[in-house]
Ligand binder design. Structure first.
Ligand SMILES: [Zn+2]
Length: 415
């Protein structure tokens, strides 16, 4: 058995750590005392949820804790319950609750993204649902002031039409964070991490209302924990990769123009535009791009069906490959003990590029390397040029490797 919250080995239900996060330590059953909404019990759901919120295609119900049981409630809700979405337009919709649970857990556990507490729960009839604890309610019941980015940017259906949530850019959200958050630098980094995460995990629905600022007990504003994270491409394969453009005209960037999708360069531009220092930016990118094994392990541990696990993994690996590598990733591949792209080497290195092209040779620093590095490019001498380069030092024999297009660095080269 594993915990229905964090997947850690556990005897039954939720582990002590998840019980604390979700239920203040109470031993709550992982099976709800009622069935999934259907024709013969819909009345009960409707009665208890007169202000039933329907956002997009997802139904949400409000719950409160009574003893060890979660109950539907109209007032004082502390939890949000999302059953399998009813929309028949969605593919594999019965996988949606676990998709959201898994994606939220990956964000929190592997990438230090602050998230709403969450877990998987089951209806009495065995159907799964996603359960999340509201972070905008204080223990005593009063609410923290929360404003989403549509509200903060003055967009509503009235002012910007039906698709107002999708009208804007991530750069604009960054500017709102800078404007309203006192400690905006860490908040901007947190936000950037989340935008890259959403891209890697194919969350194409991270629109203006899925980012919020929330008031703290001190009275100032901070970025709220992340919510509604899921691999949406599994359910709506034709939607665009991102709900918003990264920045104005980002779909016209040099990288996008060549490849037809975003790459690492576009995210670096976003970070630069919102004022994240390059060192921090690159550290965030390295962290997000270096956890492939852990991610694949968590997907395998999840309650997704085998077929959905495969689709989830494929979607993720496709996005990771689009992003290439960072300087630190190459540096560690060259020498884990003393990381450095231009580490002293005595054997050739093998580079595999996104288009599967292979280069064999040596990273070798010259007087252009420093400038190139700022664009994530590195100087490399292919093995068949090495004698000529050694004799002439002519730049003609130098290959400039774009790490944005690198898939793998192998040192020493295997054969
Ligand atoms: Zn747990």
């Amino acid at each position: 058995m594993q915990c229905y919250g964090c997947y850690k080995p556990n005897i039954e239900g939720y582990c002590p750590a998840c019980r604390k996060q979700l239920f203040d330590g109470r031993r709550v059953h992982s099976v709800l005392p009622f069935d999934t909404p259907k024709a013969n019990n819909l009345e009960m759901f409707q009665e208890k949820t007169k202000r039933l919120s329907i956002s997009g295609v997802q139904l949400k119900y409000s719950l409160k804790l009574e003893g060890k049981e979660l109950e539907l409630t109209e007032i004082d809700g502390r939890y949000i319950l999302k059953p399998i979405p009813p929309s028949t337009h969605l593919i594999d919709r019965e996988q949606a609750p676990e998709n959201e649970h898994l994606t939220m857990q990956i964000a929190a556990r592997l990438f230090s993204i602050s998230t709403a507490a969450n877990g998987l729960i089951y209806f009495k009839d065995g159907a799964p649902a996603y359960l999340t604890r509201r972070f905008d309610v204080r223990a005593a019941g009063s609410k923290y002031q929360q404003e989403d980015m549509a509200q903060l940017s003055g967009r509503s259906q009235n002012t910007h039409g039906e698709h107002f949530k999708y009208d804007g850019t991530y750069e604009e959200i960054g500017r709102l964070i800078e404007k309203y958050v006192a400690a905006y630098q860490p908040a901007l980094e947190q936000f950037f991490r989340l935008v890259v995460f959403n891209y890697l995990f194919s969350n194409g629905d991270a629109h203006l209302k899925n980012f919020s600022l929330i008031q703290t007990d001190m009275g100032d504003y901070t970025l709220s924990p992340a919510y509604d994270l899921m691999c949406t491409v599994l359910h709506t394969p034709l939607e665009s990769d991102t709900a918003l453009e990264l920045y104005k005209d980002s779909m016209d960037s040099p990288f996008y123009n060549i490849f037809g999708h975003y790459g690492q360069a576009d995210f670096r531009t976003l970070a630069d535009k919102v004022g994240i220092i390059p060192l921090r930016r690159d550290r965030i990118l390295t962290q997000l791009l270096s956890a492939t094994e852990q991610v694949l392990r968590m997907v395998q541990e999840s309650a997704l069906s085998d077929e959905t696990k495969r689709k989830y993994t494929d979607a993720y690996l496709d996005k990771v490959n689009r992003m290439g590598m960072t300087k630190d990733m190459i540096a560690r591949a060259m020498n884990p003990q003393y990381p450095g792209v231009y580490s002293v080497t005595d054997k050739p290195t093998k580079l595999t590029l996104l288009d599967k092209k292979v280069l064999i040779g040596y990273f070798d620093a010259n007087d252009q390397s420093g400038v190139l590095e700022k664009e994530n490019k590195y100087t490399f001498i292919e093995i068949n040029n090495s004698a000529l380069y050694r004799d002439t030092r002519d730049m003609r024999y130098v290959t400039i490797v774009e790490a944005d297009l690198l898939r793998e660095v192998e040192y020493p080269a295997s054969n």
